[in-house]
Write a protein that binds this ligand. Structure first.
Ligand code: VG1
Ligand code: CO
Length: 543
């Protein structure tokens, strides 16, 4: 096999963000761009020789081309074996599982997650380590450093590999195993959940819709819900992954999964609805006439964990990202287990999961998961909700009502201002930071600010420190107002403002969050000066 050392020059924009490197497809298509980044990842894994690499993506535009390049580079960079999902497909949670299941050194997941796909849209690459989880901050910084020093990359020459059938072949000294992308993952779900109880639910009067939004979860959901659990045909909608995700935005929220939301909140609603994102790690849960806020979802799952066979002994602890509501903390206190608050991004849960300190974790951005893999897992969350519904025989609405009555309700909403000019967004954050010293003690939005800071995190397992993770205003009554900039976008900047208010009065538990949080929403707009600095009168997405 011929191996070529290709001279190249560094690109200055290859620093990974919240979840890998995300850029426009046209950026990745520049000569040497993809190759430089892959070589930088490989260089950051010096012990890779002879080891196994898992490879796959969410099927978006450029997935297949990137796979061919990565196979040639893996063969030229001493990997012993690549395990590839047939068709180049793997959901993010399935990739995480395969890394762990086959004892791989790591995996490359090709996805820009919930960002739209197509020739003019986004592509992305994430490296996950041997625990199956996203690379730590120190590793992503090392990859970035290498990408800035790169002068050449190594690539083998061989004709395009046929990736659409399961087979094992040799590419020089490297073995390529092309496997069914769904089977191992579906088997894992069958070990975690009680499939006979779930079959009984889904084959009875219970009606469910799952919207795969033309992205990666389609084949997984068909196998699990319709084939293994026997749900009626048509339960899974938009099940075929398309390179442009059907032109949609594969983000499971009330704006981008509108058809599903309209169905569940309309007159003909089934009992249960769910959707996932481009790469299958997020989930949106809806009951008949009711939307479950992701923060509440984590709290409800934690409170009911024992009805799922894999967690019948109870949870070790739980964790949430900082902007996620404190609903799960209240559950943890009542269960007498540890709870942690990490920065945004799944990579911060890895050490806690590996150390056995937590069993469940989640984020307000529709991410929920457990120690079964090291990624958030959309279908896992759907199966967990179905397990609760099967075991309690209650509706989603009843479950939420009872939860709020028992633990109180954390009213919550996130307002996103997408595609702001970067300098305006920077000015908003700088303006907020400049106010941190004067805000404590002030009475605003009808309550007193106790703490105003820029969130820092010290990992309780390895002591590593992460700073500047978002501006927080903590009020004396437990309310919070949080501001941060997204680290996953590819054009301009996105400001996220998170609002939270704790309500224990049992007569005030079923209000409209947008109304109930009005004062905090107005304060967030005022303090960030978003309208003044960008001219935007309203957010683009409200969750
Ligand atoms: C967003 C979410 C964050 C999530 C990340 C990756 O990041 O807020 O909670 O972990 O996306 O999710 P940001 O920096 O844009 O706020 V995914 O489904 O894109 O892998
Ligand atoms: Co995702």
């Amino acid at each position: 096999m011929e191996i070529l050392t290709q001279v190249s020059q560094a690109f200055t924009d290859q620093r990974p963000g919240t979840s890998g490197l995300r850029k426009k497809v046209t950026v990745f298509q520049q000569p040497h761009y993809l190759e430089n980044f892959i070589q930088s990842v490989f260089d950051a894994i010096p012990d890779r020789a002879g080891k196994t690499l898992v490879l796959g993506g969410d099927g978006r535009y450029f997935n297949r081309e990137a796979i061919q390049v990565i196979l040639k580079m893996a063969a030229a960079n001493q990997w012993g074996e690549v395990i590839l999902g047939r068709g180049g497909l793997l959901s993010t949670p399935a990739a995480s599982h395969l890394i762990r299941h086959y004892g791989a050194r790591g995996g490359l997941i090709l996805s820009a997650s919930h960002n739209p796909a197509g020739p003019d849209q986004d592509f992305g690459i994430k490296f996950n380590g041997e625990n199956g989880g996203p690379a730590s901050e120190s590793l992503t910084e090392e990859i970035w450093r290498r990408s800035q020093e790169i002068t050449s990359y190594r690539i083998a020459r061989f004709p395009a590999v046929e990736i659409d059938r399961e087979q094992e072949i040799s590419l020089g000294n490297m073995r390529l195993r092309i496997i069914d992308p769904v089977r191992d993952y579906a088997d894992l779900m069958e070990r975690i959940f009680d499939f006979s109880a779930l079959s009984a639910l889904l084959q009875g009067d219970f009606q469910m819709r799952f919207d795969a939004l033309h992205a990666i979860t389609g084949p997984y959901a068909l196998e699990i819900f319709e084939k293994r659990l026997g749900a009626p045909a048509g339960t899974v909608q938009n099940a075929v992954p398309l390179p442009d995700f059907g032109g949609g935005h594969p983000d499971p929220n009330l704006v981008y999964a509108k058809a599903l939301a309209d169905l569940l909140l309309g007159p003909e609603a089934p009992d249960f609805g769910a959707a996932s994102d481009g790469d299958g790690d997020r989930n949106m849960i809806l009951g008949r006439g009711i939307f479950v806020s992701p923060s509440d979802s984590l709290a409800v799952l934690s409170a009911h964990a024992r009805c799922i066979p894999a967690y019948k002994e109870g949870l070790r602890g739980v964790a949430r990202s900082m902007p996620t509501s404190q609903a799960v903390d209240v559950v943890a206190k009542s269960l007498g287990i540890e709870h942690f608050e990490t920065p945004t991004g799944w990579k911060f849960f890895g050490n806690l999961l590996d150390a056995g300190r937590i069993t469940f974790c989640g984020e307000e951005s529709f991410g929920t998961g457990s120690n079964h893999v090291r990624e958030k897992d959309g279908l896992w969350a759907v199966l967990a909700w179905l397990s609760i519904l099967a075991s309690t025989r209650k509706s989603v609405r009843e479950i939420l009502r009872e939860h709020w009555q028992h633990f109180g309700r954390h009213y919550y909403t996130r307002h996103d201002y997408e595609e702001l000019p970067s300098d305006a967004a920077q000015a908003m954050m700088a303006g907020l930071q400049a106010q941190l010293t004067v805000l404590p003690g002030q009475h605003l939005a009808g309550r007193e600010i106790r703490i105003a800071d820029d969130f820092s995190y010290t990992d309780p397992v390895d002591g590593s420190q992460s700073n500047h993770q978002g501006v927080r205003l903590l009020f004396d009554d437990g309310a919070r107002l949080i501001f941060r900039l997204s680290g996953t976008g590819t054009s301009g900047a996105t400001l996220r403002i998170y609002h939270e208010l704790y309500e224990r009065d049992s007569s005030r538990l079923e209000r409209d969050p947008q109304r109930h949080l009005r004062e905090l929403i107005d304060l967030g707009r005022e303090l960030s000066r978003v309208e003044h600095l960008s001219g935007r009168k309203a957010p683009t997405v409200i969750t």
